[in-house]
Design a binder for this molecule. Structure first.
Ligand code: SAH
Length: 263
């Protein structure tokens, strides 16, 4: 089913009506050639999604009736992927796949070994494109939330940004054993926030790992093989997605909670 995101003001839940404006109108009229009566999903891109029926298709707006609240497809914890800026189009792949796997926000990070240097103008265009990729991946994968890709942060700013996150991991290929990873993943519960900091192609400098550890990041191993930068974050997201979706999250009494639906 086609999925559209609108501003909260365009959703009048009292009147059970939604108004779609902007480029989506042309898409609905002329590209999808939809007709009144067809059903669509419309959300606020944050926490609400509705199953709607199109009522009217005018040149500049489409109105739809809300039929029901749609299922929430979001993971119960917020995962922030801090990604050392990679070369070429790898970042686009990372964003697309991270959104499919349930990431909450992606933060591109400039590290000592980041090769790409973006000037302000280029960066603005790049960030806009990354957000467009996040939106289309969110639509495609049925996300209620459209994850944000923030502007590029330098390493120190990224660490400061992560300060309040409950669980912080820095996958590091020189870390040994899986205990630290298992322990960090075990701390991720519904309602918590997690930061995952991945190095670019060249990895992190030892000093960067030390600095991250000094502000609460735990170095974790992702196994005995070296993963490419675009694989590492997706591996962590897959592990967290499994952990959060399967009910392998222990409740306060230490028992597995089936389902994990938030009360
Ligand atoms: N240049 C390094 C590897 C960098 S891989 C080398 O060749 O030795 C890019 C990033 O992926 C790393 O900074 C790290 O965050 C993550 N990574 C890759 N393999 C990993 C592993 N086995 N364990 C933990 N992190 C890993």
């Amino acid at each position: 089913m086609y999925h559209f995101y609108v501003e909260q003001e365009q959703i009048d839940s009292g009147a059970a009506a939604v108004v779609i404006v902007g480029p989506d109108v042309n898409h609905i009229r002329n590209v999808l050639r939809m007709k009144p009566g067809e059903e669509i999903l419309v959300g606020n891109g944050a926490d609400k999604d509705y199953l709607c029926r199109i009522e009217q298709i005018a040149p500049t707006q489409v109105t739809a009736r809300i039929l029901s609240r749609a299922e929430n497809t979001e993971l119960p914890a917020k995962i922030y992927l801090f990604q050392g800026l990679p070369k070429s189009d790898k970042m686009e792949l990372i964003i697309q796949k991270a959104v499919e796997l349930g990431v909450y926000q992606v933060i591109p990070v400039n590290t000592s070994r980041t090769v790409v240097k973006l000037d302000a103008k280029k960066e603005e265009a790049r960030v806009r494109r990354w957000n467009a990729i996040a939106e289309s991946a969110a639509k495609q994968s049925g996300r209620v939330l459209v994850p944000e890709v923030t502007p590029v942060m330098n390493f120190d700013k990224a660490l400061a940004y992560a300060a309040d996150l409950a669980v912080k991991m820095i996958p590091y290929e020189n870390a040994r054993g899986m205990e630290a990873a298992a322990q960090a993943v075990g701390l991720v519960r519904p309602g918590t926030s997690v930061g995952v900091l991945i190095g670019p192609e060249g990895g992190f400098e030892k000093a960067e790992v030390d600095e991250a550890c000094s502000v609460g990041f735990t170095p974790v191993s992702l196994g005995r093989r070296i993963l490419r930068t675009e694989t590492a974050g997706l591996a962590v997201l897959s592990i967290l997605m499994y952990h959060l979706e399967t009910g392998s999250v222990p409740d306060a009494a230490g028992c597995a909670t089936p389902g994990l639906e938030k009360a």
